[in-house]
Design a protein around this ligand. Sequence first.
Ligand code: DI6
Ligand code: FE
Length: 402
Amino acid sequence: MAPRCDTLWRNARIATMAGPSGLGIVDGGVIAARDGVILHAGPEAEAPAFDAATSIDCEGRWITPGLIDCHTHLVHAGNRAHEFERRLQGASYEEIARAGGGIVSTMKATRAANEDDLVASALPRLDALIAEGATTVEVKSGYGLTTADEIKMLGAARRLEEKRRVRISTTLLGAHALPPEYTGDAERYIDLVCREMIPAVAEAGLADAVDAFCEGIGFTAAQTQRVFDAAKAAGLPVKLHAEQLSNLNGAALAARAGALSADHLEYLNAAGVAAMAEAGTVATLLPGAYYFMRETQLPPIAELRAAGVPIALATDCNPGTSPLTSLLLVMNMGATLFRLTVDECLAAVTRNAARALGLLGQTGTIEAGKSCDLAVWDIERPAELVYRIGFNPLHARIWKGL
Ligand code: DI6
Ligand code: FE
């Protein structure tokens, strides 16, 4: 008897992204889905004759896994276009921050907003990602910096999943910046994060992971370790903003804690690369922040590649250092600025991005048993997804089989 499925995509060229490297290309491919899950993906010639409720002729189009943005600060109030103007007149990011702008200005706007406001202002940014084939998006808190405001941000992030057909992975970033009421007393703020915020958020089931900003203008390695210990006690995986502006050996600390990813990494050194390789921690590179901050220190791409560290790319969508909502542009920047190959760029927003979220068992490749999250493209070859700037060749987006 012919196996039944809900939808069959036929006559497609598939970049399955399955396997440890490469695109896993299948020519003349079919994908069968039932109940939102991939039942079969492979060459049509070898596929069983499915009894499909709906059969779609892809007319030779390319199909990739739905794209994954594994590092965003998508939920926040207001924007910082005025600070951008000041930077164009010569002010530095640090000067603006010292004058009460920067993260603190977004914190004030976010504290003043309610959950509905945060959902409403995040939706256009989410829609921009979705319009380019994103099916999974990570969203961090970190602009509330009180337990109630961090919970409000994470609640808004979770509600995006009710508003759009997309998977949202949430991350508590309570240790993003020191709120002004704790000036001069970072240890006491970390006490709050560890003793109150992390347990409350874990109890409410609002976060899938815990992150921190380990940096001269953020938190020390010792404070980061305290956050990681509290996350572990609460049963939550960790990740880290590390080595963005300087080297505090954050990536190695994260790797030792079994972190899913260490992110930014412009100032990563050889010991950090080795620790990440050993632990299997994903390197999430954020070329939007590199570009927008006019950074010149490149992350150690060749060393990461040589050590076999999986590389992900993400937008870092945030109002201060990366007001970016395009994974296609992120791939272009990954190639142009960081010299990643086309195959590496595609893996960076699919397979490796899924791994950076601990979701590789569910999505990120086109394989039987995974969620049927697909992007169908009007392109002749995968390189077009990386090569073009400001052009969107998405033909269709499928999330959980629909
Ligand atoms: N690194 C960044 O680039 C952003 N946060 C972080 O930890 C900056 C966020 C902002 O300026 O609002
Ligand atoms: Fe970030």
